[in-house]
Unconditional design. Structure first.
Ligand code: NDP
Length: 246
């Protein structure tokens, strides 16, 4: 049976590179995001194995209906990549409760709600599957001015382990990729206006350069494939050594 993947935020940056890699390997891939134009451009670029669905994942109440509709349209989903995420760079004391909740709503609650609904359907359809979450260096060590983002990505890593122990016995592997500093719009907005931070990033990255979205695509393909059949509950840094750099 042909495999079908769902990649959140598949219309740009890391999500686009993951989608590209899955499609190149004949995996039909549904991408979900808020921006219809971005999704349509990606479909045009990647062709008929790429399917699009416009949805704002911070609308948690609608997620069960979304997943129901996707299963009705496509029959099954075997691979879920929880990639969509938002970032906030701001002094600790200036972050409001609303801003903190906004980051958690997209980066944590959506990941939980979407995974729960997909897993329910996988189990109901007697499917084996896998889930890949995306965390960050912010969950590996302390980075200043990203309190909400750090809380969210640390939660993603914790949820990966909690999901893996509960779901692996049912045939659903759950893993996480912790990207280092990868060249996308998100990292540009955090680094380009802050040469000091960029210098710090480079100085502790043994490989000496920023990663490409395709580096994460390769790791996601591995974790989605049978090549990783005995791997579950891991957080895989794909970071040029940034997380172990001095
Ligand atoms: P981008 O900003 O390029 O992509 C983020 C994607 O998430 C967009 O496609 C966006 O789509 C989607 N998205 C955001 N909010 C929502 C929402 N409410 N509903 C649906 N889709 C949403 O960032 P990156 O590609 O850099 O980041 C991808 C992931 O990788 C994130 O989880 C990020 O935290 C993580 N990461 C990135 C690193 C980097 O260096 N770039 C490092 C470590 C982790 P749309 O605008 O259409 O809604």
């Amino acid at each position: 049976m042909e495999k079908i993947a769902l990649v959140t935020g598949g219309g740009s940056g890391i999500g686009l590179a993951i989608t590209e890699k899955l499609v190149q390997n004949n995996i039909r891939t549904i991408i979900v995001g808020r921006n219809a134009r971005k999704l349509a451009d990606t479909k045009q670029q990647l062709g008929s194995l790429c399917e699009t669905f416009v949805y704002d994942l911070s609308n948690h109440a609608g997620i069960p209906a979304l997943v129901d509709e996707l299963f009705k349209l496509h029959g099954h989903i075997d691979i879920l990549v929880n990639n969509a995420g938002i970032h906030l760079k701001k002094e600790f004391t200036e972050v409001t409760d609303e801003e903190f909740q906004r980051i958690l709503s997209t980066n944590v609650t959506s990941v939980f709600a979407l995974s729960r609904e997909i897993v329910k359907q996988m189990l109901a359809h007697d499917l084996k599957g896998c889930i890949i979450n995306i965390s960050s260096m912010a969950a590996q060590y302390g980075i200043p001015k990203v309190i909400a983002y750090t809380a969210s990505k640390s939660a993603v890593e914790g949820m990966t382990k909690a999901m893996a122990v509960e779901l692996s016995p049912k045939g659903i592997r759950v893993n996480c990729i912790a990207p280092g500093f990868i060249t996308t719009n998100m990292s540009s907005s955090a680094l380009d206006s802050d040469p000091e931070r960029k210098q710090k990033v480079m100085s502790r990255t043994p490989m000496g350069y920023l990663g490409k979205p395709a580096d994460i695509g390769e790791a996601a393909l591995f974790l989605a494939s049978d090549a990783s059949a005995y791997i579950t509950g891991v957080v895989l840094p794909v970071d040029g050594g940034n997380s172990i750099g001095f």
